[in-house]
Design a protein around this ligand. Structure first.
Ligand code: PEP
Length: 241
């Protein structure tokens, strides 16, 4: 059984005045068998890396540019993120697919850049409510996965299944739907790819035990509840390995 990864996605939240988060989280969690990750906004990656030093909590980014350097105003390369202390990069979050029109082909190219830069990507996939209601969820999400995965991902690529309709809404997929989707995603992974499959979408302390106890759930990607160390700790405490 893979060690579970509990990742927090702070999105466009967080200021340097909030770095006591890391001490508060460590105090609230105590010992945990899980691997822990916080992905703050890029402005805080370096300071979070310093604040988390020695805690075992890794720091990640929420996006990257596909190129190593060049004339791309406002963008950040993988090398820059690594230099600031990032070890993971979230890619293809549904908010970026919706707000920035990111396609799976672009996500794949970014994931190749992440691999080349020595970091690990967390590739997000998920269906809209309409796609689920039409019975197309597994097809859509599996296709998204295969179109977004880099070549030779090996063990440096994780997947987050995040139904778009469950993100930030308080709604979660049913346990049966999560198990079925994670099973389909695991079965679709090319040979040699050992990606963990995280669930994301309104994970909170109250539902973490059930979700993290499901077959093929290798962790969680947490948005809103990762902003509060007590809530995030309440999720982490439910990891099973
Ligand atoms: C997310 O944005 O990745 C997410 C899962 O958000 P939330 O937990 O707030 O639904």
């Amino acid at each position: 059984m893979a060690r579970q990864l509990i990742a927090g996605n702070w999105k466009m939240n967080g200021l340097s005045s909030q770095l006591s988060f890391f001490d508060d989280l460590v105090n609230a969690v105590g010992d945990s068998p899980a691997e822990l990750l916080i992905c703050p906004p890029a402005t805080l990656i370096e300071r979070c890396s310093r604040a988390a030093d020695g805690s075992g909590i890794a720091i990640g980014a929420q996006d990257c540019h596909v190129s190593a350097s060049g004339a791309h105003t406002g963008d950040l390369s993988v090398a820059m993120l690594a230099d600031a202390g990032a070890r993971f990069v979230i890619l293809g979050h549904s908010e970026r697919r919706a707000d920035h029109g990111e396609t799976s082909a672009e996500v794949k190219a970014k994931a190749e850049a992440v691999l080349a830069g020595g970091l690990t990507s967390i590739i997000c996939v998920g269906e809209t409510l309409e796609q689920r209601e039409q019975g197309n969820a597994e097809t859509v999400v599996t296709e998204q996965l295969l179109a977004s995965l880099p070549e030779n991902a090996g063990d440096r690529c994780e997947i987050a299944y995040e139904p778009v309709w469950a993100i930030g809404t308080g709604r979660t997929a049913s346990s049966a739907d999560i198990v079925a989707m994670h099973g389909a995603l695991k079965a679709a992974l090319p040979a040699g790819v050992s990606a963990r499959i995280l669930y994301g979408g309104s994970v909170k302390p109250q539902n973490a035990e059930e979700i993290l106890g499901l077959d093929n759930v290798d962790g969680a990607l947490v948005g809103g509840a990762s902003l509060n160390p007590v809530d995030f700790a309440g999720i982490i405490k439910n990891t099973r390995c």
